[in-house]
Ligand binder design. Structure first.
Ligand code: PLP
Length: 369
C-alpha cells in the first residue's frame, strides 16, 4: 500500500517519485569519474534506448528540458538555415524561439490551442517550401494536453526533397507514450527526467541519428556547454564532459529499472487506460474537456474552467483543502483551463482523488454541474 506523505502532485513535472527512487537519490555522492558511476551511465543509456526504440546515440545533459531543445538546435544548424516549426501551444513556441534566437530563419505554422497539427496542412506547407534544413514538432503539447500524430507526419518530412532533419520534442510523453525513433526516422529526439521517467528534474536526454551527426559536422551555430561532440567523446567512457547531476542520474537509473520491469507495452496501456477513465470521470462531473478524444494526450488532461469560476481561486481550493496540486493554463489558455498530469508513477487511486477534489471544490464554489 502506497503511503501518501504529502500532496497529490499532479502538475506536468516535476512528477511524484516512487519510494525506491527516493531512496536512491538520497544516497551519498559517488565519483562521477569513477567505475561505479560509469556502470550506471552505461545502464541508463542502454535502458533509454529500449524506450526510445533506437540504436542511435543518446546523451544525458545536465539541464532541464529546454537545454535539450537548445542542444537540438545549436548542434545541427547554421544561422540563416530555414526551419519550419509546426506548433500547437506554448512549448512549441519555445522550441521555435530557440531556433530564432540562434539565427535560424524560422517559418512558424501555428494551430489553435487545443487542436493537434493538421496532417493535410503540414503536407501543403512542406510541398510549398523547397529548401528546408529542419522541421520541428512537439509530440505532446503540455500546455494544452494535445498529442500530435507524429507517426502520420513522419512520411511527409522524410519524403521531402531537401532531406530536412526531423526534430521532435517529446519531453512530456516519451516513456509513457510509444514513439519508436528509428522506425519513424526521427533525427533528434528530446525528453526530460522529471516527466514520465519517475526521476527528479535535472537531466535532459537527447538522441541523435546518423543524418543529424552528418549535419553536425558543418553546423555553425555557436555552442559550448551543449556541444554534442564533447558528449560523444566522453560517452565512449560512460562519462559526461562536465560534472553531471549525479543524484538525478541515479534516480533515473532506478526509475528505468522499474519501468523495464513493468514493460513498455504495459506502461503505454496504463497511461491510455488512466486517461480514458479520467476523461470519463471529468465528463461525469459535468465538466467540459478542452481537447477532443482523438487528440487527447495520454499524460496531461485539460479541463475547461466553467463560466463564473476564477481558475486561480479554484486551483487554490483544490490545493489547500484537498491537497491535490493541479496546473493552470499557460499563455493563450491562462484562466481558461486547468491541467491534470498523469505521467510516470500514477495509478487509478491518484486520479480518483483528483476527481473527488474536483467534485468537492465545485460544491464549495456552489457550482451547479
Ligand atoms: C513539451 C515540453 N517542452 C519543453 C518543456 C520545457 O522543459 P523544462 O521546463 O524542463 O525546461 C516542457 C516542460 O514542461 C514541456 O512539457
Amino acid at each position: 500500500m502506497r503511503k501518501r506523505l504529502i500532496d497529490n502532485l499532479r502538475v506536468p513535472g516535476p512528477t511524484p517519485l516512487p519510494p525506491k527512487v527516493l531512496k536512491t537519490i538520497s544516497q551519498q555522492m559517488i565519483n562521477h569519474r569513477g567505475k561505479s558511476y560509469e556502470k550506471v551511465q552505461s545502464r541508463v543509456t542502454e535502458n533509454l534506448k529500449y524506450f526510445f526504440q533506437t540504436k542511435n546515440d543518446i546523451f544525458l545533459l545536465t539541464s532541464s528540458g529546454m537545454g535539450g531543445l537548445e542542444a537540438a538546435i545549436v548542434n545541427f544548424f547554421s544561422p540563416g538555415d530555414r526551419i519550419i516549426s509546426f506548433t500547437v501551444g506554448d512549448f512549441g513556441n519555445r522550441f521555435a524561439d530557440v531556433a530564432r534566437c540562434f539565427g535560424a530563419k524560422v517559418i512558424q505554422v501555428k494551430f489553435p490551442p487545443g487542436q493537434a497539427v493538421s496532417v493535410n496542412e503540414v503536407r501543403k506547407v512542406l510541398s510549398f517550401e523547397k529548401e528546408i534544413a529542419g522541421v520541428l514538432f512537439t509530440h505532446n503539447e503540455t500546455a494544452t494536453g494535445v498529442l500530435n500524430p507524429i507517426k502520420d507526419l513522419s512520411p511527409l518530412v522524410k519524403s521531402h526533397q531537401s532531406k530536412p532533419l526531423f526534430l521532435v520534442d517529446s519531453i512530456s510523453a516519451l516513456g509513457a507514450v510509444e514513439l519508436p525513433m528509428d522506425k519513424l526516422g526521427i533525427d533528434v529526439l528530446v525528453t526530460a527526467s522529471q516527466k514520465a521517467w519517475m526521476a527528479p528534474p535535472g537531466i535532459a536526454m537527447i538522441a541523435v541519428s546518423k543524418l543529424a551527426w552528418k549535419k553536425h559536422q558543418t553546423a555553425k551555430m555557436p555552442r559550448y556547454y551543449f556541444d554534442l561532440s564533447m558528449y560523444k567523446n566522453f560517452s565512449a567512457k560512460n562519462q559526461t564532459p562536465a560534472t553531471c547531476a549525479v543524484s538525478t542520474i541515479l534516480g533515473l537509473d532506478t526509475g528505468l529499472l522499474m519501468m523495464k520491469k513493468e514493460g513498455r507495452e504495459k506502461i503505454y496501456r496504463r497511461h491510455l487506460d488512466l486517461t480514458k477513465s479520467l476523461r470519463k470521470g471529468v465528463r461525469n462531473l459535468g465538466l467540459e474537456l478542452f481537447v477532443s478524444d482523438i487528440n487527447a494526450s495520454p499524460t496531461v488532461t485539460s479541463i475547461k474552467v466553467p463560466e463564473g469560476i476564477d481558475s486561480h481561486n479554484w486551483l487554490e481550493i483544490i490545493a489547500q483543502k484537498y491537497q491535490v496540486i493541479l496546473a493552470g493554463g499557460m499563455g493563450e489558455t491562462k484562466g481558461k483551463i486547468i491541467r491534470v498530469a498523469h505521467m510516470g508513477w500514477v495509478n487509478q487511486k491518484d486520479l480518483d482523488l483528483v476527481l473527488k477534489a474536483l467534485q468537492n471544490s465545485l460544491n464549495d464554489l456552489s457550482h451547479k454541474t
